[in-house]
Design a protein around this ligand. Structure first.
Ligand code: NAP
Length: 447
């Protein structure tokens, strides 16, 4: 069986791994738009979390197994079409993640200085599509909207000291901007209460352990309404731990650290204010009301203006439609049943484009295994076939596509690690398309 996997993040590699462990001999071609694999593990996970990034070692093992090939710098929809893939493969699995950010839909959202957190994350991680961004961090206050782990990552990265950043693979430009910033306060806005926050306890706890910033929580801000208090009794361990940690933060005295990360709750941005660029965020105080069994935020009308020079909107990712595939607008996913794409035999999805942008990296292992179970079921039922035995390599060469093979990625990887070793860092990333492709070509003979 020949399978194409589109996208080389965790969902893609876990799909490959489950296929390799299956009972049908398989050849896997992984197609990736960038010259580099690993998706958000390379370009999303915060650089000061090397232990999370270490999952890439498992991906390397999967990539080195017989029958696996990597085709980087190949864009589906441009270099090859969905129809090409259907012709060449018995099955095509899309693991393309959630490529864009959710919007706030408030006035001022697009003022200069208002950024999607995902852009900032991609920039400090060396994503080659984002290196032209210039983040002006010269003001005193940044506002981060949202209460998920991405919001926590952004708040923490903004607060790291030169010593904390030095041993990471954050890009040099980002290290210079962060350590040279004028920021004194980073305010994180949660629209609901502490018991409804989406971040997880270890990530929250880290905010209390920063070398150059105090974490600040107003005790009045974390008083629980009766419904939230009752929800904690019902055994939501994550929420209970979060509330415990926040109470401990609220009891702390301020130290003489130069920065602070202030966690606010029950406030929603109503508009971003400024003449030609961000100057402040107008927020409204919320109360929690029960609707359809959930506690949702309802505006009270009580308004406050928080002066700030930069805003990071961190309210979740969203999947984008793929040409020729059915899209579920409400969920922002490819319409599917357990991984089988609706109405398209032989086409599957796994990861965020299947279930939405939730869970941690490991969540994708089970998710991908479930999809692969469907692929194997369909293979055994004789439902999978391909029209052509032409290889992707032949097709790409005929079209003059300059693809990057796994050896090309290994050349990039080896170079980055060697530069990192000289500086006591895990790697120094190549962050432009040109540098990545040049390095890949050096060890990748072209026939
Ligand atoms: P997320 O966990 O879905 O959090 C989104 C946050 O935005 C929620 O607090 C949500 O509040 C809030 N929000 C949504 N719409 C809003 C609006 N209009 N106004 C104000 N707030 C709004 O998303 P994420 O932070 O992007 O993370 C994505 C996934 O990656 C998560 O599963 C996360 O755990 C994972 N991740 C993990 C790590 C890690 O393990 N270290 C790091 C980064 C990301 P409501 O709850 O009220 O909707």
């Amino acid at each position: 069986m020949r399978v194409a996997i589109v996208g080389s993040g965790p969902a893609g590699f876990y799909t490959a791994s489950a296929l390799q462990a299956g009972d049908v001999p398989v050849e896997i071609d992984m197609v990736e738009r960038l010259p580099t694999p690993w998706g958000l593990v390379r370009l999303g996970v915060a650089p000061d979390h090397p232990n999370i990034k270490a999952v890439s070692r498992a991906f390397e093992k999967i990539a080195r197994k017989e029958g696996f090939r990597f085709f980087g710098n190949v864009e589906v929809g441009k270099d090859v079409s969905h129809d090409d893939l259907r012709r060449l493969y018995d099955a095509v699995v899309y693991t393309v993640g959630a490529q864009t950010d959710r919007r706030l839909d408030i006035p001022g959202e697009d003022l200069p200085g208002s950024w999607a957190a995902t852009e900032f994350v991609a920039w400090y991680n060396g994503h080659p599509d984002f290196q032209d961004r210039t983040f002006d961090l010269s003001g005193e206050r940044a506002v981060v909207v949202g209460n998920g782990n991405v919001a926590v990552d952004v708040a923490r990265m903004l607060a790291l000291t030169a010593e904390e950043l030095a041993p990471t693979d954050t890009t040099d430009d980002a290290i210079a901007a962060i350590t040279g910033s004028g920021l004194r306060e980073i305010v994180v806005l949660g629209r609901r209460g502490p018991a409804q926050a989406a971040f997880t306890p270890p990530e929250l706890q880290e905010l209390g352990e920063l070398a150059g910033a105090d974490v600040v929580v107003d005790p009045a801000d974390i008083e629980l309404d009766p419904a939230s208090a009752a929800s904690l009794e019902e055994g939501r361990e994550t929420a209970r731990r979060n509330v415990e940690i926040l109470r401990e933060f609220a009891a702390r005295e301020r130290s003489d650290k130069p920065k602070s990360v202030r966690l606010r709750f029950l406030v929603s941005p109503v508009q971003i204010l400024g003449e030609g660029r961000v100057e402040a965020v107008e927020v409204v105080r919320n109360r929690l009301v029960e609707r359809d069994g959930a506690l949702v935020a309802e505006a009270t009308g009580e308004i406050e203006v928080i002066p700030a020079s930069v805003v990071f909107r961190s309210v979740g990712y969203r999947g984008v439609p793929l040409p020729g595939l059915p899209f579920d607008e409400r969920r922002g996913t490819i319409a599917n049943d357990g991984g089988r794409v609706d109405g398209l035999p032989g086409v599957y999805v796994a990861g965020w484009i299947k279930r939405g942008p939730s869970g941690v990296i490991g969540t994708n292992k089970k998710d991908a295994a479930d999809t692969v179970e469907r692929v194997l079921e369909d293979a055994h039922a004789g439902l999978l076939s391909r029209e052509s035995d032409e290889s992707l390599e032949e097709l790409l060469r005929a079209r003059g596509v300059d693809f990057v093979e796994y050896a090309g990625w290994e050349a990039i990887d080896g170079h980055e690690r060697a530069r990192g070793e000289e500086q006591g860092r895990p790697r120094v990333k190549l962050a432009t398309w040109r540098a990545l492709l040049e390095r890949a070509r050096q060890l990748q003979p072209r026939g």
